[in-house]
Write a protein that binds this ligand. Sequence first.
Ligand code: G6P
Length: 370
Amino acid sequence: MPVDVQSDRVVITHGESVAEVLLWGATVTSWKYKGIERLFVSSKAVLDGTKAVRGGIPLVFPQFGPGPLPQHGFARVSKWTWGGLSVENASETRVEFSLLPEAIPASQKAIWPHDFRLVYTVALFGSSLQTTLRVRNLGTAPFEFTSLLHTYLRIKDIDHAGVVGLTGYPFADKVTETRTESEPRLSVRVASEVDRIYQRVKNDHITVEGTGVGGGAIVIHKSGFDDVVVWNPWVDKAKGMSDFGDEEFKEMICVEVGNVSTPRKLGPNETWEAGQRGGRRRPPVLVGEGQNPKFAFEFLAHVDMKKTTTKFPAARIKKIMRLDEDVGKVAQVTPLLISKALECFLQSMLEATLVETRARNAKRMTVAHV
Ligand SMILES: O=P(O)(O)OC[C@H]1O[C@H](O)[C@H](O)[C@@H](O)[C@@H]1O
């Protein structure tokens, strides 16, 4: 069955992808492809519907951050209604959840007294996940809102993570309370608390490197959202959060697509929709696709499998390659090519190290000379 509806959650399966969505906040709490989890959920997250989930993809609506409503609005702390399976075919499995004002506490309805319908769609494709928010104004007067998909991505190590695709965009830094007109870096790294709102981001695909999946990166394609928030609480803030482990900031990064710097206005009977689709970055292609394949082709053309010997054992290389979930069958000649490339790399590195060692008049070559 592509959908398993339980009392408090729905598990969706499509091929080798599985996602889990809590009715509480319609929070996606798990997204696995080939058994590998892509989302981060804190070991201390509260999942019983008494507070927003610390992890997964909490949904922020109709208010981002603090304001008259509780922080990040009511959508993430309301029980959504299961709307059913809307698409099931070979390329996708799609389900829906909805939220109406009836599900909102009276105290919050008094602060945001609008008639609306939210429909949240969660779709699994081959190896990607798409989440889309649709807002409809069912009232007679316009209303304004901010919204965001607060995606917590699981990463291997924060020291090696980076967000690529934000270069040149202005951002408001909530930690330093400053504004920068143009992000200079190709990759936004995290080495202290980071809480930034990148604005009017036209680039529709943001790459999060260092996730340890899909060649090490996940690409988020956004549609309909203008802003991208990058957040990591780092040491002190992590310690101050009761639902977050002290060291867990090393394993996560939030890359949140949303409309937060300028609220959206929606007239009576109008509908607005925005979403994101996340998937593995396709691993680099060794031969072809715009790269110079000359060396590889020449090498392959002259390989005599029986006579070719390499310094590094081909079987071991093949085994290491197969650890990557993106690697399927490995042609016999590929480990040989990799072994040769490795030999060339080591040789040139050693030669350069030797030059450095001699330049320093050292008798022994050490790591410092590399
Ligand atoms: O602790 P929460 O209410 O879930 O908010 C967590 C974080 O969400 C966003 O990323 C905001 O930009 C941060 O300022 C906030 O700290």
